[in-house]
Write a protein that binds this ligand. Structure first.
Ligand code: DAH
Length: 343
């Protein structure tokens, strides 16, 4: 027969076990740890169950009270394990997915406004049968000036604040030299546009930048005339700015065209009523154009008796500034995301 256990010592043992249980529970970190504690205390062969087996050793008159204390321990153990399990599994889910965190936005790239405008310009002229030509940005004085009928000492050279790279070598001041390069390599008919970067020694301000972009246009064939030029420019203006655009040609002078003109678009900011952009005139200057000077044909070996042609220029920044109502040309080149993200 096993030795007798008094109720008093049994309850002390229960108290001791409860203390051990609580301190073990304080140290666990995971559901796996918790399962270990559960098996040790509440399992079939656990501490609580072995205590129940000892109840029989308690004198019958004390057994009831001892049994009540033991039942309280059993309840305490199972409730504490349950609530601990709840908090642990809840924390685990939170570690994996915190649905309260803000989403991480993924910014998509976008095209620079000048690229967008250039693509639209190309599309428009390609639709009219023009192809795309290119020329070097480092250009000889011959192509940049001489073959365009701007000889040394000609006052038109002073208008281009030229950046020299070397003797006779410049950063092209306009895209017009591409006209010469194309005509040298190809006999008529010619119908090209030549987009590209140009450079001038300008101090930057709201409307000047030492580098900028132009699109050159050139069409040479039999019976090409000034009305063709006006038609192409009008089609372009309406493609870019809408069908109610008007255009205007004013007499001007360029050494490589004769006759020469400057052309304007009706101001789309104020629709011709007069505003700051058009300086109250209702018209915005775009660039120059004209009929190719026979002298230029002489440089490339075209027969001016057989062929005529028109040429035009335009500034891409200018077009983009009008289209997007951008007040300062420097914005295009600062690459400020706050600016670029608007397009
Ligand atoms: N190259 C001129 C400039 O940069 C613009 C220009 C004028 C181009 C008349 C042309 C033209 O093709 O015919 O100021």
């Amino acid at each position: 027969m096993e030795s007798q256990v008094t109720e008093k010592s049994f309850v002390q043992r229960i108290q001791q076990i409860q203390n051990e249980f609580e301190s073990e529970l304080n140290q666990i970190k995971s559901l796996k740890d918790l399962e270990g504690v559960r098996i040790a205390y509440a399992g079939r062969k656990g501490v609580v169950s072995s205590l129940f087996k000892q109840l029989g050793n308690i004198p019958p008159e004390e057994r009831k009270a001892a049994g009540q204390s033991l039942n309280l321990l059993k309840q305490f153990v199972s409730q504490t394990i349950q609530s601990r399990e709840n908090s642990l599994s809840c924390r685990n889910v939170k570690q994996k997915i915190d649905i309260t965190l803000p989403g991480e936005p993924h910014y998509t790239g976008r095209l620079h406004p000048l690229t967008q405008v250039l693509r639209e310009i190309k599309l428009c002229f390609q639709n009219m049968g023009f192809s795309i030509a290119q020329g070097p940005e480092v250009e000889s004085e011959y192509y940049n000036f001489e073959a365009l009928n701007i000889p040394k000492g000609h006052p038109a050279r002073d208008m281009h604040d030229t950046i020299f790279v070397d003797d006779n070598l410049v950063l092209r001041t306009h895209t017009s030299p591409v006209q010469i390069r194309v005509m040298e390599n190809q006999s008529p008919p010619v119908r090209i546009i030549a987009p590209g970067r140009c450079y001038r020694r300008d101090t930057p301000d709201a409307s000047h930048s030492p580098f900028f972009h132009q699109v050159e246009g050139l069409c040479v064939d039999k019976n090409v005339n000034f009305a063709d030029l006006k038609g192409v420019i009008l089609t372009f203006a309406r493609h870019m700015f809408g069908s109610d655009m008007k255009i205007r040609f004013r007499p001007s002078f360029f050494p490589f065209t004769e006759p020469s003109a400057e052309y304007d678009f009706s101001c789309l900011i104020c629709r011709g009523r007069g505003c700051r952009v058009c300086k109250g005139t209702g018209w915005v200057e775009i660039s120059g154009a004209g009929m190719v000077n026979p002298v230029v044909f002489g440089y490339v070996g075209y027969d001016p008796e057989e062929y005529t042609g028109y040429a035009f220029g335009m500034g891409i920044e200018r077009i983009a500034m009008l289209l997007f109502e951008i007040p300062d040309i420097r914005l295009f080149f600062e690459n400020d995301m706050r600016f670029l993200n608007q397009f």
